[in-house]
Design a binder for this molecule. Sequence first.
Ligand code: ZN
Length: 227
Amino acid sequence: MIYSLTETKMYSMQTERNEIVNYGKKLITSNLTTGSGGNLSIINRETGLVAVSPSGIEYLDMQPEDVVVVDLQGRVKEGSCTPSSELSAHLGLYRIREDIGAVLHTHSVYATTIACLHWDLPAVHYLVGFAGTKVPLAPYATYGSEELADNVCTTIGLSNAVLLANHGLIAVGKDLKTAFVIAEEIELVARIYYQARAVGEPVILPDEEMERVIAKFTTYGQTRSGE
Ligand SMILES: [Zn+2]
């Protein structure tokens, strides 16, 4: 970690840097990941620049200066740390989906458990609607590889979350707060699915019902927008 408290340099994307540090800490306190596992990024669509968490720095130690700024081709524009190992997946998602403003990757335990079984996460509970009618599973590839980034981008479709086989979860949203909430809710649904499968055969909600739920979520979000 190369930064100095006496450094006078002004950094760009200060708001995004602060958000990444804050939500990185929330990943730990919400038990969505441990240590430096997982990663987060935010894109500024006007400049095309992406602020991304650095590789290998524990979230509780991370400072705004450690956040790395890259362009959509992955070239480092600012920062002395190495960007997250899953940068290619983040950038790929920003390139294929204009609606995505932030990407969050976790190794949250129950979502990862489902991903290790190579299952999709079906609509066992209506809260899966935060992602879509289900959470699809991206085939396994080595972490940090272009192949994994390709698998994520070809699997996600219009979903707001995707499971990574034998690895974890990626959630996307218009901003980091939204992506974080999606990751939390999907972790809850994954836990419910795991528990239900442990004792019986859970009833899965049909796609038509999930479409109704997703439409209701849109209205719900609008009524809460003044908060
Ligand atoms: Zn990972």
